[in-house]
Design a protein around this ligand. Structure first.
Ligand SMILES: *Cc1c(COP(=O)(O)O)cnc(C)c1O
Length: 377
């Protein structure tokens, strides 16, 4: 099955109980048992719910894994996955990960005795230097947020396997439409489904997929124990959004490419970060491991004041956090999504005060380009 077909026919597309072509919202917390301890697959909705289950089977098939799990947010998914670690374990993390991932690792997991080192995972030498005897996992985000750095997934998987480490990949930016990390050897994929998978800025959700069933069972055990599950309404809404993922990703990408090329040739713009540009440092790698470059672009206008001028003048780019939805969004990571990262660290990473991030929506390309042109004048 090709991807666009899988989006429609993957998982459990038809309700097995009624034949409904849209799996219904099973709004039930508990289920009648035929005898004490004998149920029909569902006993309590924290443990399992038919609507959530259909979503979990869909993401499992899209990522090509053994088990899919749906959570109340991307962070709930990441928290559950990182709960596979024990006190005393060490974790390697991509240096410019999503701000919330940085926060949970440095402010929450650290209190449980889980230590982390942030490394530039685009450089294998950095990994060798940072790995410790207590290291248990490598957490990679690729492409990264907001600088669109690309990590070689096959190389990271080989490196992790050699050392017996789990490779966890945050695939939020790529989505399974463009890249499937499990196929390159990752053990677990996580998503903020709030972004492209949902695609309409109307649901907060997280997903995780494991390559093997045993790890999936362990993860489900923690999910059920912790309880950060996705409700049935949101599971339904997410599935509805995912059906058009292919159409949307192609539209996002076409707009993003046009915007990146326009910005790269604009005198008021210093750096443009987009893996689809031939001068992006990992352009060839991105081409090799993904079927597309995505819809996210970052660019530097030099100062916070200039960034503010652009934000004030744009008409079709909504100033908001988040990304991946049908409407174009614009943000200044240093003061918004990445404000929880200390300024010094931000500057080292290249997340300057003048850095603007765009999530290209699916509006008309010419309108978006004209809008950026007038806002950069
Ligand atoms: C938004 C985001 C998250 C967190 O997901 P939530 O759904 O907001 O909890 C994690 N990783 C990346 C790359 C994100 O963009």
């Amino acid at each position: 099955m090709n991807k666009k077909t899988k989006l429609i026919h993957g998982g459990t597309p038809i309700d097995p109980h009624t034949g409904a072509v849209s799996v219904p919202i099973y709004q039930a917390s508990t289920y009648k048992q035929d005898e004490a301890g004998v149920h029909r697959g569902y006993e309590y909705s924290r443990t399992g719910n038919p609507t959530r289950h259909a979503l979990e089977e869909l993401i499992r098939d899209l990522e090509g894994g053994a088990r899919g799990l749906a959570f109340s947010s991307g962070m709930a998914a990441i928290h559950t996955v990182l709960s596979l670690l024990n006190s005393g374990d060490h974790l390697l993390v991509t240096d410019d990960v999503y701000g919330g991932t940085y926060r949970i690792v440095t402010r929450v997991l650290n209190r449980l005795g889980i230590e982390a080192t942030f490394v530039d995972t685009t450089d294998p030498a950095g990994l060798d230097e940072a790995v410790k005897p207590a290291t248990k996992a490598l957490f990679v985000e690729t492409p990264t947020n907001p600088l669109l750095k690309v990590t070689d997934l096959a190389a990271a998987a080989a490196w992790a396997k050699e050392r017996g480490l789990l490779l966890i990949v945050d695939n939020t930016f790529g989505t399974p439409y463009w890249q499937t990390p499990l196929a390159w050897g990752a053990d677990i994929v996580v998503h903020s489904a709030t972004k492209y998978l949902g695609g309409h800025s109307d649901v907060v959700a997280g997903l995780a997929v494991t390559a093997d069933a045993k790890l999936g069972e362990e993860l489900h055990y923690i999910q059920n124990a912790v309880g950060g599950v996705l409700g049935s309404h949101d599971s339904w809404l997410l599935m509805r959004g995912m059906k058009t993922l292919g159409l949307r990703m192609e539209a996002h990408e076409a707009n993003a490419r046009a915007i990146a090329e326009f910005l790269a040739g604009h005198p008021a713009v210093r750096n443009v970060y987009y893996p689809g540009l031939p001068d992006h440092p990992q352009h060839e790698l991105a081409k090799r491991q993904s079927d597309g470059f995505g819809g996210m672009i970052a660019f530097d206008v030099g100062s916070a004041e200039r960034a503010d001028r652009v934000l004030k003048r744009v008409r079709y780019f909504t100033l908001a956090e988040s990304l991946g939805a049908v409407e174009s969004l614009i943000s200044v990571p240093a003061r918004m999504t990445h404000a929880s990262i200390p300024k010094e660290r931000r500057e080292t990473l290249g997340i300057t005060d003048g850095l603007i991030r765009i999530s290209a929506g699916i509006e008309d390309k010419d309108d978006l380009l004209a809008d950026l042109a007038q806002s950069l004048e």
